[in-house]
Design a binder for this molecule. Structure first.
Ligand code: 6PG
Length: 245
């Protein structure tokens, strides 16, 4: 089934407009939640501006930080200060300025253990947060998951032709990309257990892959995601230009 026909697509003028729109969208969803708001962050360059916006006025002062819990969709297995760390990117762009309690921040463990042990630890943390060992479709694990679209159709650290794409039991797994370092990623079952999943796609270099993703090409890991909640595509005009009708 085409991704385009089961997703809500919004095309914004440019990356700045995209970041502003997604910030407003997140604010609306988070404030509508009565209690805890769980948000999964993506790495990559596209969401950085969104994270900066959320940590500045007006969002900084109205976002429900105290009841927001942050998780990561994937992480490179590097120390937290490494320049390729997704945690570090989010810390610099947002956490250093947003009034979020430290206990609400749930980074992927990457130090003092193996990638497999790190994945198991993170899965345990998610299960404890969720309060059950098995996912219930009637009670999604997350409220919102933010994702990116890689040039080869990967999302989080689910890369084409890798074993982790077949994982249906584990919530978190060690994963390989086209080059080191090893990564830790949420698997399809965890990424699908969300009230909303939003892809953020920007730039003309994404035009072709975004079009293939929209057509639902099965070889693209991003196109195989079947969230139990709503799927949103936020794209800028440069990425969306050659989209199929
Ligand atoms: C990462 C991501 C990855 C990313 C895409 C898109 O840590 O790199 O988790 O899945 O979202 O590669 O990245 P851009 O936003 O930089 O295009």
């Amino acid at each position: 089934m085409k991704v385009g026909s089961r997703a809500q697509l919004e095309i914004l003028a440019d990356p700045e407009a995209l970041a502003c729109r997604v910030a407003d969208w997140l604010l609306a969803i988070s404030t509508a939640r009565a209690s805890v708001f769980t948000l999964v962050l993506s790495g990559g360059g596209t969401p950085r501006r969104l994270y900066e916006l959320l940590a500045g006025p007006p969002y900084r002062d109205v976002f429900p930080w105290y009841r927001t819990h942050l998780f990561w969709g994937d992480e490179r297995f590097v120390p937290r200060d490494d320049e390729s760390s997704n945690y570090r990117m989010v810390r610099e762009a947002m956490l250093s300025r947003a009034p979020i309690p430290a206990t609400n921040i749930h980074p992927v463990p990457t130090e003092g253990l193996t990638p497999e042990a790190g994945a198991l630890d993170y899965e345990r943390e998610l299960k404890s947060f969720y309060g059950a060992e098995r996912l219930d479709r009637a009670r999604p694990l997350f409220d919102v998951i933010l994702l990116g679209l890689g040039p080869d159709g990967h999302t989080a650290s689910l890369f084409p032709d890798t074993a982790v794409l077949e994982e249906r039991e584990r919530w978190v797994a060690a994963a390989v990309g086209p080059k080191p370092p090893t990564r830790i990623t949420l698997t399809y079952p965890a990424l699908e257990s969300s009230r909303h999943v939003a892809f953020l796609v920007a730039g003309k270099e994404k035009r072709e892959i975004f079009s293939r993703f929209q057509r639902g090409e099965h070889t693209l890991p991003a196109a195989r995601l079947r969230p139990i909640g709503t799927l949103h595509l936020f794209a800028d005009a440069a990425a969306a230009r050659d989209m199929p009708p």
